[in-house]
Design a protein around this ligand. Structure first.
Ligand code: FES
Length: 170
């Protein structure tokens, strides 16, 4: 079923090339787009949630590259823009608002920066939905896995990030 995520690899000799998986069916090669996600995860909550998803053996697409940061407030807009040159979407996962950031206001700073970045992306012709900010507790492995799954589905609909203008949301 091609509408299902590909969760198996190897036995039919998959080839990977920049997030595309080749699936041989009846002798024909069908290319399936698998979006690459860069995930900036704060060391106290987001990355712990990812660890929890792993230790709980929850399944989620393997096309995510996690980058642990001290706090979401440490993430500069240039980090996200640079990540978008190498992936199709960026997830930022941090401590819950309002008061759970271990550095007090880092998550508020991230919230403000992401809102600003979305305006900027729109001006650049990039769909702002390619950047997602989520608050994920250390115990929320399930939420982390669900976030990666739903973000992957959303990016699959958007397609690969191109340099030309994308269709903007209304
Ligand atoms: Fe997690 Fe600041 S320490 S968002």
């Amino acid at each position: 079923n091609l509408s299902e995520p590909c969760t198996w690899t190897g036995q039919f000799g998959w080839g990977t090339k920049e997030g595309h998986f080749s699936l041989p069916i009846g002798g024909a090669q069908i290319m399936r787009f698998r979006p690459r996600i860069t995930a900036f995860l704060c060391q106290w909550c987001g990355s712990k949630g990812a660890d929890m998803a792993g230790t709980s053996r929850l399944k989620y697409p393997s096309t995510v590259t996690p980058i642990r940061v001290p706090c979401t407030g440490r993430i500069d807009l240039t980090h996200v823009l640079d990540a978008l040159t190498k992936s199709d979407g960026v997830l930022i996962g941090g401590c819950y608002t309002p008061s759970n950031c271990h550095y007090k206001h880092g998550n508020y700073q991230a919230l403000k920066r992401v809102e600003l970045l979305k305006v900027f992306l729109k001006q650049m012709g990039v769909n702002p939905d390619r950047v997602r900010l989520e608050w994920i507790r250390a115990s929320e492995g399930k939420k982390f896995a669900e976030t990666i799954r739903s973000f992957t589905e959303q990016l699959e609909k958007l397609g690969p990030l191109k340099t030309q203008e994308e269709a903007m949301p209304e």
